[in-house]
Write a protein that binds this ligand. Structure first.
Ligand SMILES: *[C@@H]1O[C@H](CO)[C@@H](O)[C@H](O)[C@H]1NC(C)=O
Ligand SMILES: *[C@@H]1O[C@H](CO)[C@@H](O)[C@H](O)[C@H]1NC(C)=O
Ligand SMILES: *[C@@H]1O[C@H](CO)[C@@H](O)[C@H](O)[C@H]1NC(C)=O
Ligand SMILES: *[C@@H]1O[C@H](CO)[C@@H](O)[C@H](O)[C@H]1NC(C)=O
Ligand SMILES: *[C@@H]1O[C@H](CO)[C@@H](O)[C@H](O)[C@H]1NC(C)=O
Ligand SMILES: *[C@@H]1O[C@H](CO)[C@@H](O)[C@H](O)[C@H]1NC(C)=O
Ligand SMILES: *[C@@H]1O[C@H](CO)[C@@H](O)[C@H](O)[C@H]1NC(C)=O
Ligand SMILES: *[C@@H]1O[C@H](CO)[C@@H](O)[C@H](O)[C@H]1NC(C)=O
Ligand SMILES: *[C@@H]1O[C@H](CO)[C@@H](O)[C@H](O)[C@H]1NC(C)=O
Length: 879
C-alpha cells in the first residue's frame, strides 16, 4: 500500500451545517413545506412481460407490457433489443424481481421518463445471466443521461467477480432540468459486447435535500459550490451501530447498512440505542429514518481510555473525485451542553473542532446533520477516513464522541463523469483474502449493497430475531455498567421484531461475509496470527468442544481470548454463526463480550474479552488455586444468575443457554462472573410454542433429565444445570466423578440424598465447614434443590433463583455481623482464619450492607421488581 498522501493536498471543505442553513434559507413557509411529495415514481422490471411484485410488496411494471400498449418509455434506435428472462434462480439474490428479467441492447437505446423538473433518484439493478446466444461476460454497459455519464464501459461480470458480489446496484441523484429524464444505454465496443439492465427505479426527491452553501475550512470563508448542476452517486450509506434499513422502510427508498465493516482499529466504542422516538428538530423528517438516529456508536465509559484513540471509519474511494460527506447526529445520553464535545477529522485534517450535538440541536433526542466536502487531487490515497476525538478544551463532563449515520456521495467531475477506474482483480482465492482489506472504489460501491444484503440473509437463515437494546446509559455515573437489560417502559418491543421479520422475507445469500457483524469487529486471519503469535501453544488458555482458546494481544495492548474453531469440531459453522449473531447483540455486565471474529480461509475464530481469572471451576477444585470465600462464591453465583436471567428474559425472545456449567462461567480480574459460550444457544420459545425441539446437546452431569428424555428444551433446562452449578460451588467437586463409589458418582443425586435428610452440610467443601451460617446454607441448599426438580414446571425461574441467592448472601452477612457483635474470642479467631470480609469493622459491615442493598435496587439487578425483594426481606420465612 502506498503511503498516505500528505493531508495538505486534500482540501476539506465544510458545507455550512444544515443547522444554520435551515435557519437562513428554510425559514420561509414555502420551502419548509418541502414536505415529502414524490411526484414521479417509476419502477421498471426491464424485459418483463407483466407487472411483478417484489418481496417488499412493491410493484414493478413490466416494460414489455408497456411497449405492447404502444405507450413506451423505451425508444430504440434500430429495434435491436431483446427481452430476456431467466428461470435459474440464484438463491443469493435478494429477490426474483427485478433480477430475473433483463433487457439486452445490442445497439444504443434510450428510456425516457416524463418527469417534473428537479432532483430525482435513479437506481439501476444489474444481474447479467446467460440468455442464449448472449453470454454473461459480454455485458459491458455505458449509462448516460443527457448531461452526465453515470457508468462508462463497465464489464459487469468482471466487476462482480472483482468485488465478490452477486449483483450490482447503483444509485444516483441528478437534477432534471427539462420534462424528461432520459437514460441512454450503450453497449461496449468489443465485438460481442452488449448492454443490459434488469431494473430501473426513478423517483423524485426533495430538491434541497443535499444542497448547501459551502464553507472552506482551511480558507475560512464561504464559497458557492456548484451542486445544483452536479450529479451524486451514492457510495456508502450507513446506519451507524444499527441494523440494515431496507428500501421499503425509508421514506425515500434508500438502503442503510451497518458500519462495522468500515471501523478501523480494535477500539470500536459501544453501540448505543434507544427505543423512544427522536425528533427532527430543524431537519425534515425524511432526512433519515428514525432508526438511524435511534442507534449510535460512542466511545467507552472510560475517560482516560477515550483519550487514547480516535473512533475511526475508513472507506475506499476513487481518488480523482470530490466527495460529499453527510454525518447524522443525535444525542442519546446527555441532555446538557458541554457534556460530550469532540473534534471531527476527515482524512486526518480537522474538519470541525469542538462539536457538541446538544449545543447544535438544543437537547437530547433531536437529530441534526453536518455536511462536508472532500476534494481529492490526482495521486491522493484513495481512502476517505472519518475520525472522532474528544475535545477537552472546554472541560466537558465526559470525554467522548458520538455518530449516528453517514452518507457518502461522489460528485461528478467537471466533464459530468462519475465513472472511476475498474476495480483491481480479486486476489487469488488461495490467499487469505480478508473482507476488511479494502479494494478499489467500485468494489465498495457494490459492497455496500452486498454487505447489507448478506447480513439480511444470515439473519433470515438463522432465524434470529434481532431485538433492540432499549438500553440507555444514564447521564450520571459514567462508570456504572452501561448495558441494562431493562426494556424501556411503554415501548412496544414487537415493533422491532416485526420489522425484522419483514427483512427476513428477503432470502439473500452472502456476498462479502456471511456473518452480520452488528457490534463485533472483523479480524483478518493475518491479524489473528499476529495477535496469538501464530497460535503459539504456550498461549493456550483452554480447550473446549469448539477447539482451543488462546490468549492474544491486540495492537493497542488489550489482552483478548481467541477461540479457534477446529474444523472437525462438533461445534460447526452454524453454532459459530449463532454465537456471533447472539453475542454481538448481547451486552450485559454478566455476559462475556465478543470483540470480533474471523472467517477467513474457512477459519472460525472468535475474539472475546479476556477473563483474567478464567473459569469458575478452576477456583473450586482441581487447579490448586486458593479457595474462594463463601461470600465470593455467592457473589459469583448471583452474577451468573443475572447473566442467565438476562438471557432468558432480557431479550424480545428468551435465549436458552443450553450448556450451563462451571467451565462456562468465567471470572474477570475482579472475580465478577460472566457467562460465556453461547455456541449452543438457540432462541427460546416464541409465544405459540412452549418448547424448542432440538437435538440433545449439553454436558453430561448437567443435563436436564426432562430435556434428555423428551428432547424438549425450555429455560428450565438451564435452571436444572444451574442447580448443578450451585452444588458444585458448595461441594467443590465435579458434577460427575466416576472414581467415586457408585452412589456418589453423580453429584446432583448424591447431594439431593443429603439435602432431603437436611444434612447437606455433611458433604460441603471442607474449606467452608464452619464458615457458612446455617441459614445461608439452608437457603442455598433449598434453592439448588428446587432447581433440580424432576419437572421443569416445578423449577423456579432464574429471577426467583437470583433473589433466593441474594437472600442467602444477606443471611450470611447478617450472621457475620452478629458474630462481630459477640465478644466470643473463638468466633473472632474463626473469623480471622476464614473469609477476609468477615474480619471487618462495624462501619465496614454497615457500608457493605448499604452497598449491597443499593445493589439490589440498582438497575443492575434488573427485571425483578423491588417489591419482590422487599417482601422477601420482611418475611424471611417466605421462601
Ligand atoms: C402494469 O401496471 C401499469 C401501471 O400501474 C399499468 O398501466 C399496466 O396496465 C399494468 N400492466 C399489466 C399487464 O397489468
Ligand atoms: C469481461 O470480463 C471478463 C472477465 O471477468 C472477461 O472474460 C470478458 O472477456 C470481459 N468482457 C469483455 C467484453 O471485455
Ligand atoms: C436544477 O437545475 C435548474 C436549472 O439549471 C436549477 O435552476 C435548479 O436550481 C437546479 N435544482 C437543483 C435542486 O439542483
Ligand atoms: C413527516 O411529516 C409529515 C408532516 O410534516 C407527515 O405527514 C409525515 O407522515 C411524516 N413522515 C414521517 C416518516 O414521519
Ligand atoms: C486522532 O486523529 C487525529 C487526526 O488523524 C490525530 O492527529 C491524533 O493523533 C489521533 N489521536 C489518537 C489518540 O490516536
Ligand atoms: C486520476 O487522474 C489522473 C489524471 O488527471 C490520471 O493520471 C490518474 O490515472 C487518475 N487516477 C485514477 C485513480 O483514476
Ligand atoms: C479543540 O477545540 C479547540 C477550539 O476549537 C481547537 O483549537 C483544538 O484544535 C481542538 N482540538 C484539540 C485536540 O484540542
Ligand atoms: C458536474 O457536471 C456538470 C455538467 O457537466 C457540470 O456543470 C458541473 O460543474 C459538474 N460538477 C462538478 C462538481 O464538477
Ligand atoms: C483504509 O483503507 C485503505 C484502502 O481500503 C487501506 O489501504 C488503509 O490501510 C486503511 N487505513 C486504515 C487506517 O485502516
Amino acid at each position: 500500500m502506498p503511503k498516505m498522501a500528505p493531508p495538505s493536498i486534500l482540501t476539506v471543505v465544510f458545507l455550512s451545517s444544515l443547522l444554520s442553513c435551515y435557519f437562513l434559507c428554510f425559514i420561509s413557509p414555502v420551502s419548509s413545506a418541502s414536505a415529502l411529495v414524490r411526484k414521479d415514481i417509476y419502477r421498471i422490471s426491464c424485459g418483463a412481460a407483466s407487472n411483478q411484485t417484489d418481496s417488499e410488496g412493491r410493484v414493478w411494471i413490466g416494460d414489455a407490457s408497456i411497449s405492447a400498449s404502444g405507450n413506451s418509455y423505451l425508444n430504440l434506435n434500430a429495434g435491436k433489443d431483446v427481452s430476456a428472462s431467466s428461470s435459474t434462480q440464484n438463491t443469493q439474490l435478494p429477490d426474483n424481481t427485478p433480477y430475473l428479467n433483463a433487457r439486452i441492447f445490442t445497439s444504443p437505446a434510450t428510456y425516457s421518463f416524463p418527469v417534473s423538473p428537479g432532483r430525482h433518484w435513479i437506481r439501476l439493478y444489474f444481474y447479467p445471466f446467460g440468455f442464449s446466444p448472449f453470454i454473461a461476460s459480454d455485458a459491458v454497459v455505458t449509462v448516460q443521461t443527457d448531461t452526465y455519464a453515470l457508468m462508462q464501459n463497465v464489464n459487469l461480470s468482471y466487476v462482480m467477480d472483482a468485488t465478490n458480489v452477486v449483483f450490482i446496484f447503483k444509485e444516483f441523484s441528478v437534477n432534471v432540468t427539462g420534462n424528461f429524464l432520459t437514460l441512454n444505454f450503450i453497449p461496449g465496443s468489443s465485438r460481442n459486447a452488449y448492454a443490459m439492465v434488469n431494473g430501473i427505479e426513478i423517483s423524485s426527491m426533495p430538491d434541497d435535500m443535499y444542497e448547501n452553501t459551502l464553507l472552506t475550512v482551511s480558507i475560512g470563508n464561504s464559497i458557492p459550490y456548484p451542486l445544483p448542476g452536479t450529479a451524486l452517486e451514492t457510495m456508502f450509506r450507513l446506519n451507524v451501530a444499527g441494523q440494515t434499513i431496507l428500501e421499503s422502510a425509508d421514506p425515500l427508498g434508500r438502503l442503510w447498512s451497518n458500519d462495522m465493516e468500515y471501523l478501523v482499529g480494535a477500539r470500536q466504542g459501544t453501540a448505543d440505542s434507544v427505543s423512544n422516538s427522536v425528533t427532527y428538530g430543524k431537519l425534515d423528517n425524511f432526512t433519515a429514518p428514525q432508526d438511524v438516529y435511534n442507534t449510535a456508536r460512542s466511545m467507552t465509559n472510560d475517560n482516560a481510555l477515550n483519550l487514547q484513540f480516535n473512533l475511526t471509519w475508513n472507506f475506499s474511494v476513487d481518488a480523482n473525485f470530490t466527495y460529499y460527506v453527510r454525518l447524522h447526529f443525535c444525542e442519546l445520553e446527555y441532555d446538557q451542553m458541554n457534556m460530550r464535545v469532540f473534534d471531527i477529522y476527515m482524512n486526518k485534517q480537522m474538519a470541525f473542532p469542538q462539536y457538541d450535538v446538544v449545543a447544535a440541536t438544543g437537547g437530547e433526542f433531536i437529530a441534526t446533520v453536518l455536511d462536508f466536502a472532500l476534494l481529492y487531487s490526482p495521486g491522493d490515497e484513495p481512502t476517505l477516513e472519518i475520525g472522532l476525538y474528544p475535545n477537552i478544551t472546554s472541560k466537558p463532563s465526559y470525554y467522548n464522541a458520538i455518530l449516528n449515520g453517514v452518507e457518502i456521495f461522489k460528485l461528478n467531475d467537471t466533464t459530468g463523469n462519475l465513472q472511476g477506474p475498474p476495480p483491481a482483480p480479486r486476489p487469488s482465492p488461495n490467499l487469505p483474502a480478508s473482507p476488511s482489506t479494502k479494494g478499489s472504489s467500485s468494489h465498495k460501491i457494490v459492497k455496500i449493497v452486498g454487505g447489507a444484503a448478506g447480513a439480511v440473509a444470515v439473519m433470515a437463515a438463522l432465524g434470529i430475531i434481532a431485538f433492540c437494546f432499549c438500553c440507555r446509559r444514564k447521564a450520571s455515573g459514567g462508570r456504572s455498567p452501561s448495558w441494562l437489560p431493562l426494556p424501556n417502559p411503554g415501548v412496544n418491543s414487537h415493533s422491532t421484531v416485526s420489522k425484522v421479520s419483514t427483512t427476513s422475507r428477503k432470502t439473500v445469500g452472502s456476498y462479502v461475509s456471511s456473518v452480520p457483524s452488528s457490534n463485533s469487529r472483523y479480524f483478518s486471519f493475518p491479524e489473528i496470527l499476529e495477535m496469538t503469535n501464530n497460535f503459539d501453544d504456550t498461549r493456550v488458555i483452554g480447550v473446549g468442544g469448539f477447539g482451543k482458546v488462546y490468549k492474544g494481544t491486540l495492537e493497542d495492548g488489550t489482552t483478548v481470548a481467541v477461540k479457534r474453531g477446529n474444523p472437525t469440531s462438533e461445534q460447526g459453522v452454524t453454532e459459530f454463526q449463532t454465537e456471533i449473531v447472539l453475542l454481538s447483540k448481547l451486552r450485559h455486565r454478566h455476559l462475556v463480550s465478543l470483540i470480533g471474529f474471523c472467517e477467513d480461509d474457512s477459519e472460525m475464530i472468535l475474539v472475546y474479552d479476556y477473563m483474567a481469572n478464567g473459569p469458575l471451576r478452576g477456583h473450586l477444585y482441581g487447579a490448586g488455586l486458593p479457595s474462594l470465600s463463601w461470600k465470593q462464591r455467592l457473589d459469583i453465583c448471583i452474577g451468573a444468575a443475572k447473566g442467565l436471567h438476562y438471557l432468558h428474559t432480557g431479550a424480545a425472545h428468551g435465549i436458552i443457554h443450553r450448556d450451563v456449567k462451571t467451565t462456562n462461567i468465567l471470572l474477570d480480574e475482579n472475580f465478577v462472573a460472566k457467562v460465556s459460550d453461547f455456541g449452543l444457544s438457540k432462541t427460546g420459545p416464541s409465544l405459540d410454542h412452549t418448547h424448542v425441539s432440538t437435538a440433545v446437546k449439553g454436558s453430561f452431569g448437567y443435563l436436564d433429565p426432562e430435556y434428555f428424555r423428551r428432547q424438549q428444551l425450555t429455560e428450565k433446562s438451564d435452571v436444572y444445570s444451574f442447580g448443578v452449578v450451585l452444588l458444585e460451588v458448595l461441594c467443590a467437586r465435579p458434577a460427575i466423578n466416576p472414581t467415586l463409589p457408585r452412589e456418589q458418582v453423580n453429584m446432583a443425586e448424591w447431594a439431593m440424598h443429603w439435602q432431603k435428610k437436611g444434612m447437606l452440610d455433611q458433604i460441603i467443601d471442607p474449606y467452608l465447614v464452619g464458615k457458612i451460617s446455617k441459614e445461608s446454607l439452608k437457603k442455598f441448599g433449598e434453592t439448588a434443590e428446587k432447581c433440580l426438580a424432576e419437572s421443569g414446571l416445578d423449577r423456579p425461574t432464574m429471577g426467583d433463583i437470583l433473589w433466593n441467592l441474594e437472600y442467602a448472601l444477606q443471611l450470611h452477612e447478617t450472621s457475620a455481623e452478629k458474630e462481630m457483635d459477640t465478644s466470643n474470642p473463638r468466633v473472632k479467631e474463626i473469623n480471622v482464619k476464614v473469609v477476609p470480609e468477615v474480619e471487618l469493622s462495624e462501619t465496614d459491615v454497615k457500608k457493605m450492607e448499604t452497598s449491597h442493598n443499593s445493589a439490589m435496587f440498582s438497575e443492575d439487578s434488573d427485571e425483578t421488581s423491588a417489591s419482590a425483594v422487599f417482601s422477601q426481606l420482611v418475611n424471611p420465612q417466605g421462601r
